[in-house]
Design a protein around this ligand. Structure first.
Ligand SMILES: CC(C)(COP(=O)(O)OP(=O)(O)OC[C@H]1O[C@@H](n2cnc3c(N)ncnc32)[C@H](O)[C@@H]1OP(=O)(O)O)[C@@H](O)C(=O)NCCC(=O)NCCS
Length: 348
């Protein structure tokens, strides 16, 4: 890892210079950088920045490597990317981007460039760890060709405790990315029929989602459910959406799909409304919108649902949305039997 500079698509990775200290200090004091890189000093002082650009960054050579990410036009520092030596031929990558340079592909290009350079230097496996709440970094991982391998429990240190981290890896010979997704993003970020709007659930939705009759008793579980919605989606496991009234923006409920492991072409649909919004056709609209997109815009081919036999309203919603009742699931332990419904991809 002795390169002085590495060219990527729209980015240059180069050694740090003393003149980078101001930009490093500003970016490392940014709240998002501080939140997702808990090992950084808080606050990140001028002395910290000076130490990093003059000796800290270089200390990882020759087994790893830390690079400034520079704008190839101006050579100004816009981010940082580093490869930490883990064990023989295995490295771990990390990065941050200055706030003003985010959202235009810099991290993805830099991660890809350093990963590919590492393979040419003899590395066989590069790992990447992201927090479950850090959707942007998970998207960088996918964009740079990494595969999600699972969740490392208590894998990350933070002040006062440890966090679970998603573990990603790219091994030599893997395609350059983006890593394909079975559950892509919604077209334009939403589904709407002019009356209801379905959008991906966010951490900020937790107080509204907690109003649903099916919400867990502990509000912190709902906070986690909402905050980890992106991670579940990007893992091709689950889609979690909120349903809102288009006219007022008021929260009406949630709808979602859970992919049925191990068959990634089947998913279970779920839709819940707050009591005040029941009986107005919102659930049928939401289910139709979600199923219409899922069966044409994703790899899903068969959507299924289980409805308690006495729940006539839910059965009507599914039947109006085109689901066909396939049978009755008998249950034990005093639990109510379910009618099983399914809807297939058109033309199947
Ligand atoms: C995570 C971070 C490095 C991303 O940098 P970036 O240059 O903005 O990333 P890119 O422009 O390459 O975007 C990558 C993807 O993230 C998405 N993205 C960018 N900002 C986002 C945000 N705030 N929320 C959700 N997604 C976001 C982009 O749309 C893109 O998605 P796509 O590939 O599906 O189209 C940057 O936000 C950052 O510095 N965060 C703080 C430090 C950090 O989290 N480091 C990583 C620790 S693991």
């Amino acid at each position: 890892m002795r390169a002085d500079s590495i060219e990527g698509t729209g980015v240059r990775l180069r050694r740090y210079r003393a003149a980078d200290a101001g930009a490093v200090r500003a970016a490392c004091n940014d709240p998002l950088t501080q939140r997702f890189l808990p090992a950084l000093p808080r606050p990140y002082t001028e002395a910290d920045a000076q130490r990093w650009v003059t000796e800290g960054a270089a200390a990882a050579f020759p087994s790893g490597g830390n690079f400034a990410i520079a704008d190839p036009g101006t050579d100004a520092l816009i981010g940082s990317v580093g490869l930490l030596y883990v064990q023989e031929n295995v490295g771990s990558i990390g990065y941050w981007i200055a706030p003003q340079a985010r959202g235009r592909g810099v991290a993805t290009a830099a991660a890809r460039a350093l990963t590919e350079y590492a393979f040419t230097a003899g590395y066989a496996r590069i790992e990447l760890r992201t927090e479950l709440e850090n959707a942007a970094s998970q998207r960088v991982a996918l964009g740079a060709g990494y595969t999600r391998e699972g969740v490392g429990r208590a894998a990350g240190a933070r002040p006062g405790g440890r966090d679970d981290l998603i573990v990603w890896a790219r091994v030599a010979g893997d395609p350059p990315g983006p890593t394909p997704r079975h559950l892509p993003d919604l077209p334009g970020g939403e589904l709407t029929d002019g009356v209801v709007r379905l959008t991906p659930m966010r951490a900020a939705d937790a107080p509204a989602v907690q109003l649903l009759p099916c919400a867990p008793a502990a509000p912190e579980e709902t906070v986690r459910y909402c905050a980890h919605a992106d991670a579940a989606w990007l893992a091709d496991q689950e889609i979690r959406l909120t349903i809102r009234d288009v006219a007022t923006g008021a929260f009406a409920g949630r709808a979602g799909l859970t992919v049925r492991h191990p068959d990634p072409t089947q998913a279970e649909i779920d839709c819940r409304l707050i009591p005040a919004r029941q009986g107005h056709g919102y659930a049928t609209r939401a289910v139709k919108l979600l199923c219409g997109w899922a069966l044409t815009g994703t790899a899903l081919e068969r959507l299924v649902a289980g409805v308690p036999t006495p729940d006539l309203a839910a059965q009507r919603v599914l039947e109006r949305s085109g689901f066909v009742r396939e049978g009755q699931e008998r249950r034990t332990g005093g639990r109510t039997d379910l009618y099983r419904y399914a809807l297939l991809r058109p033309g199947s």
